[in-house]
Design a protein around this ligand. Structure first.
Ligand code: HEC
Length: 117
């Protein structure tokens, strides 16, 4: 997971300066890209028929179908330590603004659904 994040950061750093400038303002989320970044979230925030083996899935807030701005705001709060949870702090710290936007775009269009009822 760490290596993936590093590669993503390197890839982002190599983008053209113009694109990077546009992204630093308010990165636009891409749900398609986001779908490739949520593997590490799914075990806890299972959506789209994912059968998680994680028995405490009920205690994890559902983020599918949430407004993207809400998801990004929550992730930024964890990253800035304005909000804290042992599971989320390190995860949010490993995400760039672009990652957050992509992930939020993905989850926002994912149907609201619980993995197990
Ligand atoms: C190890 C389990 C786990 C993983 C993995 C995980 N989360 Fe979480 N997440 C939680 C828990 C537990 C909370 C509730 C924390 C709290 O009460 O503050 C949470 C809270 C959140 C919230 C705030 C929801 C709200 O309604 O306030 C968001 C957004 C979120 N997670 C996104 C993600 C994303 C995106 C990923 C993957 C990059 C991820 N999480 C990975 C367990 C996890």
């Amino acid at each position: 997971m760490k290596r993936f994040t590093l590669l993503a950061a390197l890839a982002a750093a190599s983008l053209s300066p113009m694109l990077a400038a546009a992204q630093s303002a308010a990165p636009a989320g891409d749900a398609q890209r986001g779908s490739q970044k949520v593997q590490m979230c799914q075990g806890c925030h299972g959506v789209l028929g994912w059968r998680t083996a994680y028995p405490e899935v009920y205690h994890v807030p559902k983020i599918a179908g949430q407004h993207p701005a809400y998801i990004v705001a929550a992730l930024k709060e964890y990253r800035a330590r304005q909000r804290s949870h042992p599971s989320m702090d390190a995860i949010a710290a490993s995400l760039s603004d672009q990652d957050m936007a992509d992930i939020a775009a993905y989850y926002a269009q994912a149907p609201l659904q619980t993995a197990v009822k």
